[in-house]
Structures are given as structure tokens and as C-alpha cells.
Design a protein around this ligand. Structure first.
Ligand SMILES: [Zn+2]
Length: 693
């Protein structure tokens, strides 16, 4: 049945939409979870297009669990904080069989049992997520964060095709509220493709799949996330309201799979230490053939009642342990040592290597850390060296191989005394590992600054990545930051270069144009002011509100800002004292790059100014982030932990341990209405002495 909208009744349309959702969801499940595709791409696409058309014509039929939601929604303002109802734990680690045996013995001793069956799972190198389903419908997805509080990334997780938007299963089996946990990751095969695209677009490459999964999941624009092929394996129940709990971890996994959640099919039971060790050996063997990174095996006691008896030591459960694989090492030849000059002039040595595969990834360069490290380990060009990759760490050169044979012409590496870019003599301050070029007009530093200026989080100029940031100054197009806003005048010359096609030139110029409207704090961060990260840039922006005002700033004014210490204050004053820097800022203002921060200044006489707040629980009229923002706007502090110094605890619905702690410490507790009156009208809440019954 295909609908012709002129002749169909609203009822038909609703039915058709429901039918399409059913078919698409089923197809997704077969494809992503069960690896048994039913529809081909064209058939799937036809259904999706029809459903999108129906939902566009009948907004009343839109629903958050519709598969169309997987294409993402417009940018969110940020991520709301989520308090995990049950903390997301960390795991203890062991690194060898002895360590594992010791752990298992402690478990058995604690339980006074002879044996306790276990389940082994691959430890996927991704990001932990907790997804709550209410009445079988995805309600919220949160990152692990610090284990107690994560970020609400629901809109982004909806775009991950292997994550069910609705659970299905036998009637009555799915609990009314259930939180499922698992690991989200970017497959290795798609990681390479994603990086190739980024390079094409002039964006910096991601270091590894884990890093790109994290970047993808935390996109503010979920339609961006939708373009990233993230994937997920489920591995645990977080918490359950109602419904019957399975008796073992193994059964939990089976239930989740029935509900449509993807479980890693390597997962296996083991009754004995030998069984576990065999599983670990197997995981080590297949590791390189997997399309995702693993860094070990997680072993869990299978029985949930035994898990409860075992409980926790600190933050680690006693009933689970991670057996970590050793860092993967390989031997290769150190072809040459190069020096990279960073934005702040730091000279970082790196090794050009004979390409070698380590942990399934080809490594052609690795870090050598700093001058002293090279001297201490006596790395020389031409040496055979041992390199390693561990988890998300950048590959590093560990040591000279014991099998290395040096020829007669081998010489210790001479770390340069001068900057390889500008030739200025380098300096190494007492007690600092870093060697620096202190030339303010160093070309290499400028190229890095340009790249930083254009980066995400700064001015976000797509197309101005590492390569272009090198080319523009070297070809004489840009000699200071302000020049990029004059680049459009030289479009014809840019096109003549025939380095970039017309489309790329157009895209670059329009991205530069769009960046004019970035807020002041971003511009301040982008300028790379010494000591100013993105957070302190916000303080400066809010306090001084314009570039011209900043040029007049005094040291006293800077020191009055919370979070700016004497060192940063004096380097900033120095920075603004240098004529070149003042000229740059004047230039930007002349070119119309002059954003004004009109966030109201905290009024010194608002009673919230200087007070410290903790917001907990669910507020009706605003999110917790909004509440925290209002506090900061008025000059108060919003923190996450109740201490003796807390002035007020703002308690929303379902406030938990923080409320208890505030009562215990005698911290004044106010409700949402009191909080709003306080913020809006400066009505200081009347706080009765805490009762101590
Ligand atoms: Zn230099």
C-alpha cells in the first residue's frame, strides 16, 4: 500500500506510518543486530523516504522513537548533566595469570565457596553508555562521565543504528523502566575512512577510533553524529524498576539480546581458572582480526546473587575484574628524528619510523617526548627501536632494541640549539622538560597558531586545517591572523595556485566569513592568549565584553577574576603591551571582527554574588545546567559537591545523597521556588536551623 495523500484518511496515514516504522525497525534489527539483512539498501531507503514525507506532512505523527529520528536533529545548546541512578563503576585490573588467580581466590575466600562460574567478555576500547528505556521506549542515553554524573547524549545515541529505539520481546518480559549499559565504538574499518574524509576537508585526523567515537558522540549537532558510523555492544543491566530480574549475568545478556540489543557473540562462560585463561588466550589470538579495538577481557562472576554478596571495594566491584593485555610492542627502524615546533614555541621531537603494524594499525611515526628522554635513552637515527601502542595513547618509542647493532658512523643525537623553523636560539628553563623557541615572529609557531585559530572550539573555520595553515603563510597570503579576513580580496590569486579547486576555495572563504560572528570568548581563545584556555576565555569575555576594553585592562582587574592567578595576569599584561599584538587586535576591530559579550555583568550587590550553590535532583522549570548558569551569571559559584563551604543546596525532585549530606552538615536547603525568587528578585531564602532528629 502506498499512500496518495489526496484520497487517504488521517487514519490510513497513521497506520501507514506505523507500518513503515515496524518494517524499518525490523530491517535495522536484522541488519545491525543479527547480521542478516532482509531489505536491500534501495528498499530500505524507499521506506525511509516515505516515512520522512509522511512525518513532514503530518507533524502530529512524529515521535521520538521513529527511525527517522536517527538522522539527527539540529544543534543542542550543550549537554545536560545526568545523575546515574546507579553509579557506573570502574573495574580493577590484573595483568597476568597470577594476578587473575589471586583475584579469583579472594572471591572464593570471601564467599567461602569452592567455585563460582564466570562469564568472559571482550573489553572493547570504546565509551561506556547507559541507556534508559521506559515502557520499552528509549528515554535517555548518558555517557559515563565521572561514574556518578554523565552527559545527556540521547539525541546523538538515537542515530546509532545498532541501538534499538524501542525494545521488543515477549509480553511482560521487559521491565517498565530498565537501564541498559554497553560500549559504543567506531569500527576500525570506518575509522580509516572517516580520517580520510577529515583530511580531505582539511580537518585534523583523529588519533584513534576511541578518540573519534568520543568526538562523534559529543557532537552538539546530532546530524553530524548520524554521519559517523558508530556501533554498540550491550553488556549489563544498570538498574531495573519492576519486572523480574534474571538470576545470572549470562541470562541477562540473553534477555537483552531478545529485546533487540546487540551482544558481542564472542562472550563465553568459564567454570574454572583454566577456562578463563583459555578464553583470554583466544581473545589475544583473534584480537588483530576484529574490526574494533579490545584491550583485554572482562571476567564477571555469573550469579547475580553472588554479585550482590560480593559488593564493592571502594568504587570497584569485587565481582568483576579486567584482565588487561600488555601494551602491544613491535620493533622497527628509527629512520630520522624530527622536531615539531608548537604554537607556544615548544620543540617536540618525533620519530620517523620504518612503517610497522602494531595492534592492527600501521605506525609510521611516534613521539620521543623531549630532549632529556632522547639523551637518557640514547636514541640515534638508524637504530632498531622498540615502539608500543597502549589503548588510546599515541605510539611511543620505548627503548633501543637489545638486538640493535650500531655502525661506526652512529653518533648520539644532537638536539638542536636553534629553532628548526626560524633559527632563533632555543631556551630550556630550569626544571622544565620543554625546550622552546621564544621568537614571537617564528613562522612555525604562526602556522600552529593559525591552525589553532581555525580549530573547533575556537573560530571553527572548516577547511583551514594543518595543510592550509602551512600553505597560506608560506605562499604569502597570510602573515598575521587578521589577514585571513582579507583573503577574499585575493580569491583570483588563490584559484591560480591550483592547489585547491574552486569549491574548496569557496568553502574556505565562506567558512572564514561565517567565523566573523563567533562570540567573543571563542575569539579570545582562538587568539591563543598566553595561559588562556577556553574556560578562562569565557571569564575574560564576560567581564570585559569587548576587544577594545581588553586592550585597556589592568593587572588589578585581571587579578580580581576568579581563576586568573598572578602568573597569567602578568603574561596577559605583557601580551597586550606588545605593539604587534595591539596592532593585530586593532586590525581585527577595523575589519569588523569585534564581537561584544552582552551577558549581564554580575551585580556586586545581588545576594547570590559570592555564595556557593549545589544543585541536585530534577527541577521543573529549568535544567540543572541552566540553574548553574544563572548562579554563575549572578556571580555565585555552582559546584558539584556538598561541603562545609556550600552556602545553599538547591534540591529538586528526587534529590538523593547530596540532600542527605547537606542535612548532615547543616547546609541550608532551598527548593525550586525559593531558588527562583532568590535569583530573579534577590529574595534571600529564610532558612530555618536544620532540625537534627
Ligand atoms: Zn622559531
Amino acid at each position: 500500500m502506498r499512500l496518495d495523500s489526496d484520497s487517504s484518511t488521517p487514519d490510513d496515514v497513521a497506520k501507514r506510518a506505523a507500518q513503515l516504522r515496524l518494517e524499518i525497525n525490523r530491517a535495522n534489527r536484522l541488519y545491525y543486530v543479527e547480521n542478516a539483512p532482509e531489505l536491500d539498501d534501495a528498499e530500505w531507503d524507499a521506506r525511509m523516504q516515505e516515512l520522512l514525507a509522511i512525518e513532514a506532512a503530518h507533524p502530529e505523527l512524529q515521535s521520538p522513537d521513529s527511525p527517522t529520528q536517527r538522522v539527527g536533529s539540529p544543534p543542542a545548546a550543550g549537554f545536560d548533566e545526568v545523575v546515574h541512578p546507579v553509579p557506573m563503576l570502574s573495574l580493577g585490573n590484573v595483568f597476568d595469570e597470577d594476578g587473575f588467580r589471586a583475584w579469583y581466590k579472594r572471591v572464593l575466600d570471601y564467599l567461602e565457596l569452592e567455585k563460582a562460574p564466570m562469564v568472559c567478555e571482550l573489553k572493547i576500547d570504546g565509551l561506556a553508555l547507559a541507556i534508559t528505556y521506559r515502557d520499552g521506549v528509549m528515554e535517555r542515553a548518558a555517557t559515563r562521565g565521572d561514574g556518578e554524573r554523565g552527559e545527556d547524549v540521547t539525541a546523538n545515541v538515537r542515530t546509532i543504528r545498532s541501538v534499538p529505539l524501542t525494545l521488543d520481546g515477549p509480553a511482560g518480559e521487559i521491565p517498565p523502566v530498565v537501564e541498559l549499559r554497553g560500549e559504543v565504538f567506531l569500527p576500525n574499518s570506518r575509522f580509516a575512512a572517516l580520517n580520510a574524509e577529515r583530511e580531505e576537508a582539511g580537518l585534523p585526523a583523529y588519533v584513534n577510533p576511541r578518540n573519534s567515537a568520543s568526538g562523534s558522540l559529543r557532537q552538539l549537532d546530532s546530524s553530524e553524529t548520524a554521519k559517523r558510523p558508530l556501533d554498540m555492544f550491550f553488556y549489563a543491566l544498570g538498574y531495573v524498576e519492576g519486572g523480574e530480574e534474571p538470576s545470572s549475568h549470562w541470562d541477562t545478556l540473553q534477555s537483552m539480546q531478545r529485546w533487540g540489543c546487540r551482544i558481542n557473540d564472542w562472550t563465553r562462560k568459564a567454570e574454572t581458572i583454566e577456562g578463563v585463561m583459555a578464553a583470554i588466550a583466544n581473545a589475544g589470538e583473534i584480537r588483530d582480526s576484529l574490526d574494533y579495538g579490545i584491550d583485554g577481557v572482562v571476567i564477571k562472576i555469573d550469579s547475580l546473587s553472588l554479585q550482590r554478596r560480593l559488593g564493592f571495594v571502594g568504587r570497584d566491584p569485587r565481582w568483576a575484574i579486567a584482565y588487561k593485555f600488555p601494551a602491544e610492542q613491535a620493533e622497527t627502524t628509527l629512520k630520522a628524528i624530527h622536531i615539531n615546533v608548537g604554537r607556544t614555541g615548544a620543540l617536540t621531537p618525533w620519530a620517523e619510523l620504518e612503517p610497522v603494524i602494531v595492534g592492527g594499525v600501521t605506525v609510521g611515526r611516534a613521539t620521543l617526548h623531549n630532549k632529556d628522554e632522547i639523551a637518557r635513552k640514547d636514541f640515534r637515527e638508524g637504530d632498531r627501536v622498540v615502539i608500543q601502542r597502549a589503548g588510546d595513547v599515541i605510539p611511543q618509542v620505548v627503548e633501543v632494541s637489545p638486538k640493535n647493532n650500531r655502525g661506526a658512523d652512529s653518533k648520539p643525537y644532537q638536539f638542536p640549539d636553534t629553532c628548526p623553523s626560524c633559527g632563533t636560539e632555543t631556551v630550556q628553563s630550569e626544571g622544565e622538560a620543554v625546550t622552546r623557541c621564544v621568537n614571537a615572529t617564528c613562522p612555525a609557531q604562526f602556522e600552529r597558531l593559525l591552525e589553532h585559530f581555525a580549530s573547533r572550539g575556537a573560530m571553527d573555520i572548516e577547511g583551514l586545517g594543518e595543510r592550509v595553515a602551512q600553505d597560506l603563510p608560506r605562499l604569502g597570503f597570510v602573515s598575521n591572523i587578521a589577514d585571513i579576513y582579507r583573503l577574499h580580496e585575493r580569491k583570483a590569486e588563490l584559484l591560480e595556485l591550483d592547489k585547491m579547486g574552486e569549491t574548496r576555495v569557496d568553502n574556505l572563504l565562506s567558512a572564514i566569513e561565517a567565523s566573523r560572528f563567533q562570540p567573543l570568548y571563542r575569539l579570545l581563545y582562538a587568539l591563543g592568549l598566553p595561559g588562556i584556555g577556553s574556560e578562562s576565555a569565557e571569564w575574560l569575555s564576560r567581564r570585559f565584553s569587548s576587544l577594545s576594553r581588553l586592550l585597556e585592562v589592568t593587572e588589578e582587574e585581571l587579578l580580581a577574576i576568579d581563576g586568573i592567578g598572578p602568573v597569567v595576569a602578568s603574561t596577559l599584561i605583557n601580551y597586550f603591551g606588545i605593539e604587534q599584538n595591539r596592532n593585530l587586535i586593532d586590525n581585527l576591530i577595523e575589519l569588523g571582527i569585534n564581537p561584544i559579550d552582552d551577558t549581564p555583568e554580575p551585580s556586586a550587590d545581588h545576594p547570590a554574588n559570592g555564595a556557593t550553590f549545589v544543585v541536585t535532583g530534577r527541577l521543573e522549570s529549568m535544567s540543572r545546567s541552566e540553574a548553574q548558569n544563572r548562579i554563575k551569571t549572578l556571580g555565585g559559584k555552582a559546584t558539584g559537591t556538598v561541603t562545609k563551604k556550600t552556602s545553599y543546596l538547591v534540591a529538586g525532585a528526587e534529590a538523593g545523597s547530596k540532600l542527605e549530606k547537606a542535612r548532615r552538615l547543616g547546609i541550608p536547603v532551598i527548593d525550586e521556588a525559593e531558588f527562583i525568587a532568590f535569583m530573579d528578585d534577590g529574595v534571600v531564602p529564610e532558612v530555618s536551623a536544620p532540625d537534627d532528629h
